[in-house]
Design a protein around this ligand. Sequence first.
Ligand code: HEM
Length: 457
Amino acid sequence: MNTLTSSPIKSKLPPISKTLPILGMVQALLDQFGTLEKYQKRYGEIFYAPKSSLMPPYVIFSNPQAIEKVFTTDPDLFEVGKQSTLPVRILLGDNSLVLLDGIEHKRQRKLLMPPFHGERMKSYGQTMVDVTKEVISQWQVGQTISIRDYTQEISLRVILRTIFGLDEGQRYDRLKAILVDWLDIFNSPLNSFYLFFPWLQKDLGALTPWGKFLKQKRQIKEILQSECDSRRNDPDAFGEDILSLLLEARYEDGQPMSDEEIRDELMTMLFAGHETTASTLAWSFYWLHRLPEVGQKLQTELDSLAENAEFTDITKLTYLSAVVSETLRLNPVVAFVGRQLKQPFELMGYQLEPGTLLLPSIYLTHQRPDIYPEPKKFKPERFLERQFSPYEFIPFGGGNRRCLGYAFALFEMKLVLATILSHAELELLDNRPLKSARRGFTFTPDGGVKMKVKAMR
Ligand code: HEM
């Protein structure tokens, strides 16, 4: 068996973190997918970089058997790790589910799960459709729009309404405004550097990007705390929303969640629950209008729905589902998932040391021509022709850390697409190939997809 630190794999090391870790990181931050493809071409389906000042040693791979092994092995062999998750800690807080390990992760996940699955999740269908209609009612025929601005407005309103049970009033407006402004800091890929290079994180006042980021983060936490306080002081305000659920939830030992835990989880859901959905939806609109035959096929399927169709009838539509899956395949909004080894681990014939960060690459796995022929083409039909295993199609990661909101996100994306396509006719204004641009931790269509509103129904 080969050892990572011995010659066979070391001789294949990508130069990124070997000699110039900072340059390698900058390159990857500016062109993550291009850099991944370059290394895969050069080194194959697994490659490795040694420890650097910025990252622990890490292994990137796209082999489905290796991914299966990682997703099905006892999760206690892994931990989230400190160094590589520093940016997430800064953004969401130490108590975020994303950062918990072992029994803490398990019990917190159990508390957070109910609203995102089953009947409770389905009860949010009406909210999703109502919010979509409200947002697109602002459109005027002939208007030029950036579709991502609107998908973000929709997904943010949906998550705010499901979390807090409200979507108007001063506190809500203020939270929404600060959140949008806060996340827009990362609209500039260069500003994303602040998250990844600790030495840039100096608070030089609210006029500098990092100072502004910290100030807004404090303001958001204050608003979240005052939401918790006012809910506690007014038992009548308890409802079906997620905040009520978290305040009432009890661990198995009968203890409630602390305020800090609740605040960090609210932050996690606000962030994870809308950026990702907004960017994926924007990509779907791009492809549906870039390839009119695909758009037409979906329109025909939507037109076949009965007048009194239920939300679940919409979400069961096969071509709609295939369009959403193909978007998640071709344009993943997250590049990889991470698991750091606590113990020695064998992967694809290599013996890996504790401390190594395993990074199954969503992007590279979805680009494998042996699984997805002509991988650069947007072809929803591939999802009708065959089923892909949970180790070949991994937009939501997998195993015990699989995205908590995956069912919610799929439900929402299908309802939003169906609602918009049934009420508005849009035209793509720029037919050129579109690149993915970094937006903090996630990826989004560069420029937000400019479209024209041709007609409203
Ligand atoms: C298109 C939409 C979305 C995509 C592509 C996406 C993708 C992902 C991925 C790749 C992970 C990491 C999984 C792993 O490590 O194996 C993740 C985790 C997570 N996602 Fe999502 N996500 C989406 C929407 C949502 C929504 C709507 C929520 C709802 C609040 C959400 C909440 C979370 C949480 C809490 C985690 C951490 C889970 C854990 O560590 O146990 N996500 N997501």
